[in-house]
Write a protein that binds this ligand. Structure first.
Ligand code: PGA
Length: 308
């Protein structure tokens, strides 16, 4: 059987994304080029690897088997690259980071400083939600991840590096904006604008309320923090967000934080990587930098509740 690494890499991306279009985007290839690689692999395998269901594609049994192997091959290739990188020394090579969309409110500030210190290191930053970050860790597809709660279903090392206070936000003219020590149960009367189910913020918010026996009323669901903030500003409901995401809105009083019992919910940001991963000198330098300096460079800026 003649299978090329390129075919396996293309197949892995299509199998993971379950989309030729998204795989083509990810690999910077055209869609026909991606389809052709998959077709050649199917011919070599002598079995179909995908089946169509309406306009979706699914893996066949052979496709699922091959996906496991192609993920292992990709992991090994990544490991090989890591070993070679580690022989080059710091200020060379590449650093591939992935951060939660909420972390991206401060990650560029950290990267700018790191880049000034190590201008020889090529940087790649992926910004996505928690669910995708867990998948990237599982696939050993990144060096380091910055996120809220580390995953429990993938073997990882994690280190807390900065506080992540979660706050309840409202528009400045909201009836609760001027109240102090609002009982948590009062929130049951409000509607909440929610992030998507794969979001770490949403998971933490749901756990916070359910641990306290409180059921909240979910309103609209949005996949971006920016959309959530706009929705809250427009009076579509309250929300719980990381303080890091609303620095500008608090400064300009477009949003206020509510003084609710139990808030701010003081969480931590974590630096996470696969257990047993051989960190390159570039990744090690970033890890040291984040653990010792991130909290000084990008601390959450707290304005008293009500924005007063
Ligand atoms: P999110 O991430 O952007 O997925 O909500 C925040 C987190 O990881 O807690």
């Amino acid at each position: 059987m003649h299978v090329s690494l390129r075919q396996l890499r293309v197949f892995e991306a299509v199998a993971r994304q379950l989309s030729y279009t998204r795989a083509a985007e990810e690999l910077h290839l055209s869609q026909p080029a991606v389809s052709m690689q998959v077709r050649q692999l199917e011919e070599e395998a002598g079995l179909p690897l995908f089946e169509r269901l309406g306009n979706r594609i699914l893996l066949t049994e052979a496709g699922r088997e091959l996906h496991e192997y192609s993920r292992s091959v990709n992991r090994l290739l990544q490991e090989m690259q890591e070993v070679l990188e580690s022989l080059k020394g710091v200020n060379r090579g590449r650093l591939h980071l992935a951060v939660a969309s909420t972390v991206n409110y401060f990650a560029p500030r950290l990267l700018a400083i790191y880049h000034r210190r190590y201008p020889g290191i090529g940087l790649q930053l992926d910004v996505t939600n928690r669910e995708r970050l867990v998948r990237l860790l599982e696939d050993n597809a990144v060096d380091l991840v910055l996120m809220g709660i580390p995953p429990t279903d993938v073997q990882v090392e994690s280190e807390a590096f900065m506080e992540n206070p979660l706050v309840v936000i409202a528009p400045p003219d909201h009836a609760l904006a001027r109240e102090r020590a609002i009982p948590l149960t009062r929130l049951a009367e409000e509607v909440f604008v929610m992030r998507e189910p794969g979001s770490g913020t949403r998971q933490t918010m749901e756990r916070f309320f359910s641990e306290r026996g409180l059921t909240i009323r979910p309103g609209m669901q949005m996949t971006r923090n920016e959309a959530v903030k706009q929705a809250v500003r427009s009076g579509l409901g309250l929300s719980v967000v990381s303080l890091h995401t609303i620095e500008l809105e608090l400064e300009t009083r477009r949003l206020v934080t509510l003084d609710v019992e139990g808030f701010p919910d003081r969480r931590q940001w974590h630096l996470v990587y696969r257990r047993g991963k051989r960190l390159s000198p570039a990744a090690n330098a970033f890890r040291e930098f984040v653990l010792t300096e991130a909290a000084l460079i990008a601390p959450p800026v707290f304005t008293p509740a009500g924005g007063a």
